[in-house]
Design a protein around this ligand. Sequence first.
Ligand SMILES: Cc1cc2nc3c(=O)[nH]c(=O)nc-3n(C[C@H](O)[C@H](O)[C@H](O)COP(=O)(O)OP(=O)(O)OC[C@H]3O[C@@H](n4cnc5c(N)ncnc54)[C@H](O)[C@@H]3O)c2cc1C
Length: 405
Amino acid sequence: MRVDRALVVGAGIGGLAAGIALARQGVDVEIVEVKPDARVLGVGINQPGNALRALDTLGVLDEVIAAGFTFGGNEFRDWKDTPIVYVPSGLGDDRVPPNVAISRAALGEILRKAAIRAGARVQYGVTVDELTESPWDVTVRLSDGRRTAYDLVAAFDGMRSPMRRRLFGTAYEPEFTGYSVWRMPLPRLRSLHGLVAFQGDRVKGGLIPLSDELMYLLLVTPEPGNPRHEPREFGRLLAERLAGFSGPLGWIRDRIEGPAGIVYSPLMQCRVPKPWHRGHVIVLGDAAHTAVPHLTQGAAMALEDAIVLADEIAVDRPLDASLTAVADLRFNRVRLVTDVSRAILDGEMAITARELPGAAADMRMELPSQVAFVENQLNAPYRSAHTRRARVRAVAKAGSGVTGH
Ligand SMILES: Cc1cc2nc3c(=O)[nH]c(=O)nc-3n(C[C@H](O)[C@H](O)[C@H](O)COP(=O)(O)OP(=O)(O)OC[C@H]3O[C@@H](n4cnc5c(N)ncnc54)[C@H](O)[C@@H]3O)c2cc1C
């Protein structure tokens, strides 16, 4: 079945990427976003090599590199600022660096502009009110009153996805992990040239550069019972939770003056089993699989989902087979990310101050090979063989080199 007209629900990272990938294939794409405008909340986001490769496929790699901060591996220290181990990253290749951290606003704006350039229409303040499936299409009543028939609805409506609930009920609601993350943008410390993590007593801090001028601080903490903290108290609460740190995090703690800029996010997780579609509607990105951010892979998974969706619906076969193929291609990869991210979170949060020297010795011994194992898989091709063959033929015809991804 040919997909001529598609609706994408959600103009976050995955939805905008789907808008680009589908529109570039000649699909008439409309993206609806419930938020009233294009403003992106939040702090920064790291884009590892496989995310950058997906952004390259979408044609925005150079813009992302120009707006962000490129770095290699990750440095681990303890909360007294004693070095533990530096783990170089094996992600990326000759074209794609291992990591680029970037502000969420900058990444959102790059993707939004690219979606519009590709021909997608983005509507803010609009959502889906009603869906009516028929054997040949799905009719959508939008909150602005329009009724339109689409060949495909791709829901990238995030972790709390209303579309997931429409398709699967409440069976796959995100679960609170017991931990939360505090984040705060700050002027970049001149000495910070990559991600530095600081392991403490059942707490982990970190600093990530976002540009020459900007960095952000993160702090992962146990928050039993998922309490609702008053935003006006964020400054005091973050400073309290940084109590045991010396070095840069201690220095920053002593200068926190109030809640301004601090973002608090409970860490949630969910994963919808295959298939991810019903009829003409599929859930993707965080709506289908929300990982804790310990591998910084959430956006990468949403970007790759978008590219694989566009690949698979271009294959001449019934839509049901194409949407089945999307989840088949994606499932093991997102399972790796959700499971490994969660294992890292649980492992780090179990380390007490007394155990820290032993844990540091283990990290020195084991972390480089563990990271290499996961990165090897993330660096592996993720698109279907027929797509890769088609690209090899296209690139060979154009007479340039082929990366195989
Ligand atoms: C603390 C934290 C740190 C993170 N750090 C990283 C990182 O460093 N690197 C990384 O790759 N990932 C990171 N992530 C994860 C990453 O942000 C997500 O995985 C990614 O944004 C998923 O993209 P998405 O498009 O699926 O969802 P989202 O980006 O959440 O977008 C969903 C969109 O759908 C919209 N929407 C919701 N409901 C509706 C509706 N009914 N109708 C229309 N629109 C709707 C929302 O308003 C939103 O704009 C982090 C996550 C957290 C919580």
